[in-house]
Ligand binder design. Structure first.
Ligand SMILES: *[C@@H]1O[C@H](CO)[C@@H](O)[C@H](O)[C@H]1NC(C)=O
Ligand SMILES: *[C@@H]1O[C@H](CO)[C@@H](O)[C@H](O)[C@H]1NC(C)=O
Ligand SMILES: *[C@@H]1O[C@H](CO)[C@@H](O)[C@H](O)[C@H]1NC(C)=O
Ligand SMILES: *[C@@H]1O[C@H](CO)[C@@H](O)[C@H](O)[C@H]1NC(C)=O
Ligand SMILES: *[C@@H]1O[C@H](CO)[C@@H](O)[C@H](O)[C@H]1NC(C)=O
Length: 417
């Protein structure tokens, strides 16, 4: 008797513990997939990658629209406009039904995801929540003179205090968002204005701009190094034409991956230059709200979002992304000691630079027993294990790197002559 009770207790404890240790954040796609009435809303969250942004945050409220209410947006506007409208429905605060009805003074302004894009002028990125008479709660743009466009209808799901999902009966429309002018689709112009002239000019002269343009409809992410970034890189004139193409293709992904998606990424990312498993790929890490890209040679910080208009996102990065595959090819001419009396061997007699070892199957590795949580879940601000291995390989090329640095200004200058 006692033994079976102990056993039951143990079993309960173990199952409780496993629940605690396996819960890791929320999945808005999963939450909404339980209700077919939100299928349209859910599909747009995925298409615009707002789902990643939502999953990367806690203490938020998602105001959802059922398929009827969504029909005023769905298919009637460009995806980028729908994304803006849906960003206004993600409140950066936790409102459960109880809190909705307990707003002090009966009315408040709350920050939305749209505010975090930097594109919301004035208080366009805020939403007015007002407790109306008769138990209703109204929502509207915080822009002066706006009316309350929508009313709270019901609660969908709460995970206190991480995420609350509430249904409202209409979109919240901030002035001007539906008629926002189409963003400039002239990549050259955009990059030049943002201080990425060197990159823009290389894209044009190499023909890689055309590759980018042919990809953009299906999704394109560009990491554009700033002009300053080109002052700290290897001599690009040493690269063959094909290598320059690879380098530039390495700066883009054939998919739409806005900041929120980069933030939650735990996989190795293929670039346009990827030509086989584990080639020309990138890993990411985060530090607070920042995203760091890792090539195996060095880190580069995502400094700014220049454009985020689904399906195109262009980031400015503070370092040129140097693929280990390109640096690995050129044997380092730098490390000869000056005092060596014997003639140094010619470059040809140098043994080939070690090639990159196969990347460990980070994403595909079988789940480890839950006991060793710490090694499974690397802290979000440290590079992944594949990154560490590649970083070690990269150490062989440090001298190459330093040697090249001196040539950089030349290379950059020649682009404009
Ligand atoms: C979230 O749930 C969806 C649908 O169940 C699933 O396809 C997706 O992989 C999940 N995302 C994450 C990050 O677990
Ligand atoms: C919210 O909108 C209502 C109705 O337009 C208005 O009376 C109220 O002052 C607004 N609340 C805030 C905090 O601006
Ligand atoms: C919201 O509720 C108020 C009060 O009942 C009503 O006057 C208003 O028309 C409703 N608005 C919408 C968009 O349903
Ligand atoms: C809420 O979020 C925290 C931190 O992001 C996480 O550790 C916790 O497991 C989440 N709680 C639930 C119930 O999902
Ligand atoms: C894009 O902008 C650049 C620089 O302003 C200009 O030279 C070029 O002609 C434009 N291209 C197109 C297709 O409009």
């Amino acid at each position: 008797m006692a033994a079976s009770r102990v056993f039951c207790l143990l079993a309960l404890t173990i199952s409780l513990l496993s629940v605690i240790f396996t819960v890791s954040g929320h999945n808005i796609t999963q939450i909404l997939s339980e209700s077919p009435e939100y299928s349209s809303f859910n599909s747009y969250l995925s298409q615009t990658k707002l789902n990643d942004e939502i999953n990367s945050r806690t203490t938020i409220t998602v105001l959802v629209l059922n398929n009827d209410a969504m029909s005023s947006l769905a298919g009637k506007h460009p995806l980028s406009v729908v994304k803006t409208a849906l960003s206004l429905l993600v409140l950066l605060d936790y409102y459960d039904p109880l809190k909705l009805h307990k707003i002090s003074q009966g009315t408040t302004l709350t920050t939305t995801l749209y505010q975090t894009t930097g594109r919301a002028a004035g208080n366009l990125g805020f939403v007015n929540v007002t407790d109306l008479k008769g138990g209703k709660v109204g929502f509207g743009s915080a822009a002066p003179g706006s009316k309350l466009d929508a009313n709270y209808t019901k609660s969908v799901k709460q995970i206190p205090y991480n995420i609350s999902v509430l249904e409202i009966n209409a979109p919240i429309i901030a002035p001007g968002i539906l008629t926002a002018p189409a963003p400039s689709n002239n990549m050259t112009e955009l990059l030049e204005k943002a201080g990425c002239k060197t990159f823009a000019s290389m894209l044009a002269s190499s023909g890689v701009l055309k590759t980018y343009e042919s990809t953009v409809e299906k999704g394109l992410t560009v990491f554009a190094p700033s002009d300053e970034a080109f002052r700290g890189v290897p001599d690009l004139t040493k690269l063959t034409q094909a290598e320059v193409v690879s380098l530039l293709e390495y700066h883009a992904l054939a998919e739409y991956k806005p900041k929120g998606s980069l933030k939650i990424n735990r996989n190795v990312i293929s670039t346009l230059a990827t030509n086989g498993a584990g080639k020309y790929d990138l890993t990411t890490s985060t530090s607070g709200d920042e995203v760091i890209l890792h090539t195996g040679v060095g880190p580069s910080r995502v400094a700014d979002t220049l454009v985020d208009e689904t399906p195109l996102v262009v980031f400015k990065v503070d370092k040129v992304l140097l693929p280990i595959e390109l640096l690995g090819k050129s044997p380092s001419p730098a490390p000869e000691p000056v005092s060596t009396p014997t003639p140094t061997p010619s470059a040809k007699s140098l043994s080939p630079t070690p090639t990159k070892s196969p990347s460990p199957p980070v994403a595909a590795s079988p789940p480890a027993p839950p006991a060793d949580e710490s090694s499974e879940e690397a802290p979000s601000d440290s590079p992944t294990s594949s990154e560490n291995i590649r970083a070690k390989n990269a150490a062989f090329h440090v001298n190459t790197h330093a040697y090249f640095t001196a040539m950089v200004t030349l290379a950059a200058t020649s682009l404009f002559l």
